[in-house]
Ligand binder design. Structure first.
Ligand SMILES: Cc1ncc(COP(=O)(O)O)c(C=O)c1O
Length: 378
């Protein structure tokens, strides 16, 4: 499929065939494709300046406004944000920050976690098959089972940080249950470890709240965002208290260095995206749209629908059925996708701006395909 252009909830190929997008660039295009306010903000910035200087030497309005707006919507003391080029780089920054603040080295992550694909981020990935060819990775990383309260004993005074996805993405859109994240936070507080939440996928409105953790009675010490924050441009961000972030300033000077982090054009696009999401009814509509998907995706071959808001995964009885649905859907003009580790899951993460009609249209395509598969099994 060769892309010609994309607009709203649709991607067009070079034959001008329209595809309804139920993936949104893997949860990145929250406002759909080429949202006019995002495109305007980018164009306006293009006419002013592009890259001028790094490392915070110069005050650049788009990055300043973006980080201020993030702080406005985060609870205290989460007020200082470092902007990066990708979610993965922000994860790297968050781990470095935790080591710097605590003076400890041990990082605890969860089985089946995905936090990115550089060597540091891969070290906290809870999936051996994908790590094996790249060993050794960074040392002193331990794993716990997500949602397992017993395992929290493994968090000790040796632990610099516990890093978790608020909703486990690659694992199959697994939500925290039984007040789990609150318990993690409590245990971290007891032993002086930092609590890092990876909100790269659930964050920025996708679950119906600006940050996924708002659903789960907890607050991280460091929050990592990305994907949907950029409105279709590459971005990552890690946010902590000013006191914590200040530890990255000296010894060594500039504890994290990046040439393009906070790039004015990207920050302008992200600012327009965040402004739109926080100043409209999009987030409450997202909760209603989740209900619509759940209502119209009822089928005997759908065994479960996991996730929250428009971060949803429909599970089928087998990886084969899931593959068939995803591949046939593309022929029918609907973009679906897989999750990294859960082979039975169909990713449903459309733009938050998708219309109700398009939700019904996409669900019908999936149900029709499942009906045909069911027929063929008889
Ligand atoms: C939960 C999570 N963390 C980190 C990342 C890495 O972000 P990026 O691909 O922007 O580097 C992703 C990307 O899929 C993700 O879903």
């Amino acid at each position: 499929m060769e892309i010609s252009h994309a607009e709203g909830s649709y991607i067009y190929d070079t034959n001008n065939k329209a595809y309804l997008d139920f993936v949104a660039g893997v949860s990145a295009c929250s406002l759909g494709h080429r949202h006019p306010k995002v495109v305007d903000a980018i164009k306006t910035q293009l006419d002013k300046y592009l890259h001028v200087m790094v490392y915070g030497e110069y005050v650049q309005q788009p990055a300043v406004e973006l980080t201020k707006l993030l702080a406005k919507h985060l609870p205290e003391p989460l007020e200082t944000t470092y902007l990066t080029n990708s979610g993965t780089e922000a994860i790297e920054g968050s781990i470095k920050l935790a080591k710097r603040v605590t003076g400890r080295s041990q990082i605890i992550s969860a089985h089946n976690a995905y936090h990115g694909n550089t060597l540091g981020a891969m070290s906290v990935m809870g999936y051996n098959e994908r790590k094996q060819p790249f060993l050794p990775l960074i040392p002193d990383v331990k794993f716990i089972a997500f949602n397992n309260a017993e395992d929290l004993k493994k968090i000790t005074t040796k632990t610099a940080a516990v890093i978790l996805e608020t909703i486990q993405g690659g694992a199959g859109f697994i939500e925290p249950s039984d007040n789990y994240l609150h318990k993690v936070q409590k245990r971290c507080n007891e032993v002086g470890a930092l609590f890092i939440l990876d909100e790269i996928q659930p964050g920025i409105g996708r679950t119906g709240k600006l940050f996924g953790f708002e659903h789960y009675n907890c607050q991280p010490d460091i929050i990592v965002t990305g994907k949907g924050l950029g409105g279709g441009l590459p971005i990552g961000a890690f946010t902590a208290s000013k006191a914590m972030m200040d530890t990255l300033k000296d010894n060594p000077k500039l504890g994290h260095i990046t040439t393009f982090g906070g790039h004015p054009v990207i920050a302008a696009g992200a600012l327009a995206t965040l402004t739109e999401i926080t100043s409209t009814s999009l987030m409450s509509e997202t909760i209603e749209k989740e209900k619509l998907v759940r209502k119209h995706l009822k089928h005997p071959l759908i065994t479960d629908i996991r996730g929250k808001g428009l971060m949803l995964a429909a599970l089928t009885p087998s990886a084969e059925i899931t593959n068939e649905v995803i591949l046939k859907a593309q022929d029918e003009g609907l973009i679906l996708f897989w999750l990294l580790f859960e082979t039975k899951a169909i990713r449903i993460t459309p733009p938050l701006t998708i219309s109700n009609e398009d939700i019904l249209k996409g669900c019908k395509i999936i149900v029709d395909i499942l009906n045909k598969i069911q027929e063929s099994q008889k």
